[in-house]
Design a protein around this ligand. Structure first.
Ligand code: NI
Length: 395
């Protein structure tokens, strides 16, 4: 079967590259993937499938039925949205939409899954069970397209026993594959703080309640939550990316506005973290005569890779690409909305290497110079088809 899939992967690779380039040139922001969804549905229809459109508005779902289609179902997921970034690459497939760019490889994920669909459709008489294809919107934006797709029943009718997701990796050489069992990516919550005091002339500090000094103490003090309150074995970060204190040299403002992110890999600690952050920020502000409003916007949960499923997928990938092309992934405190699926169904989120140093393809995700080595678009579709079939065979 591997050789059959590899041969089919060679035949779909050129289409996968063309599809990826089309999507790359025509990116759409989170939850606005209308043309992308139409494009995906058209491709799936051309293959011979009957896609369901409009799931969570711009999501597309399709089922490839093998023999005895109800016996076992495996789901495969690709995300479709782009980012508000202005592309700096000078390539023929450069984004034609000003200020919008596929800078996280979701174009490649979508093109790869279309390729996988092509391969699996041609093999439908050779396997038992069904493969559910999930093309989801809005990975980059809270509340996450995955959570909306789940609400609209993507994990029902039929219920998948396992779910696989693939993401490009700019730090892994092209076509090498990365796996990690268990905890892999972090929960992500957004913090919005408003520190309130009493502004005035900088020469008369005794008449002020200086919100800038209070905010400074809060920013320093909150690191206690990470360095003292958190169990050292429990990965967690607290970072601030925006502080606005809009006074001038001699005018202290009334308020300071702070934004940050809190990430971890433990739901209990996550809630305790929220409580401690809130209490400490308010306590410091009050002790200094001011006040602090704390708003925490709950983001994605942490992503856990089901250990046995991940071990099986890793073994299957080793058979497909060779042991020298399978690597271990480190914990990564970025967020990923595939985490929502991983909380409900046995899931494995793995990485597809897209780096090529010799060709200068080294920029990270979410940068204006991000690109991929498209050789990965032969490995990606074939490997995912193979992993799905191996998982269907598993009893
Ligand atoms: Ni991404």
């Amino acid at each position: 079967m591997i050789d059959k899939i590899k041969a089919l992967a060679r035949t779909v690779a050129a289409d996968a590259v063309a599809n990826r380039r089309h999507l790359h040139a025509n990116p759409e922001l989170s939850f606005l993937e209308f043309n992308t969804a139409k494009f995906v549905a058209k491709q799936l229809t051309d293959i011979g499938l009957t896609p369901q459109e409009g799931v969570a508005n711009t999501g597309v779902v399709a089922l490839i039925e093998g023999r005895n289609p109800q016996s076992r179902v495996v789901a495969l997921r690709a995300d479709m949205d782009a980012l508000p970034i202005r592309e700096a690459n000078d390539v023929p497939y450069k984004s034609r939409v000003e200020g919008v760019m596929h800078a996280c490889g979701h174009d490649a994920h979508t093109a790869s899954l279309i390729g996988t669909a092509h391969i699996l459709y041609q093999l439908r008489h050779d396997f038992e069970g069904s493969v559910k294809l999930v093309f989801q919107p809005g990975e980059e934006k809270i509340p996450g397209g995955a959570s909306l797709m789940i609400k609209e029943g993507v994990l029902q009718n039929p219920v998948p026993v396992a779910m696989l997701g693939q993401h490009v990796a700019t730090n892994i050489p092209v076509s090498k594959i990365g796996f990690r069992e268990g905890m892999y990516m972090a929960s992500t919550d957004e913090l919005y703080l408003v520190v309130k005091g009493k502004g005035g002339h900088g020469a008369m500090p005794d008449t002020l309640i200086d919100p800038i000094l209070i905010a400074s103490h809060i920013i320093v003090g909150l690191q206690q939550v990470i360095s003292r309150n958190r169990k050292p074995a429990n990965p967690s970060v607290l970072s601030f990316g925006k502080v606005i204190a809009n006074g001038v040299t001699n005018v202290v403002p009334n308020e300071v506005y702070i934004e940050g992110t809190f990430r971890c890999m433990d739901e209990e600690w996550r809630e305790e973290g929220w409580r401690r952050i809130t209490k400490m920020a308010q306590g410091i502000a009050e002790a200094m005569g001011g006040s602090c409003e704390v708003e925490i916007r709950k983001g994605y949960p942490f992503l856990k890779n089901h250990p046995e499923l991940t071990r099986r997928s890793r073994a299957a990938a080793t058979a497909y690409v060779g042991a020298q092309n399978v690597v271990d992934l480190d914990l990564w405190l970025a967020g990923e909305d595939f985490a929502f699926y991983s909380q409900i169904v046995d899931s494995c989120f793995y990485r597809l290497g897209t780096r090529n140093e010799a060709r200068g393809i080294t920029s990270g995700v979410h940068t204006p110079t991000f690109d991929i080595d498209e050789a990965a678009l032969e490995t990606g579709p074939g490997l995912m088809a193979w992993l799905a079939l191996e998982e269907l065979r598993h009893k």
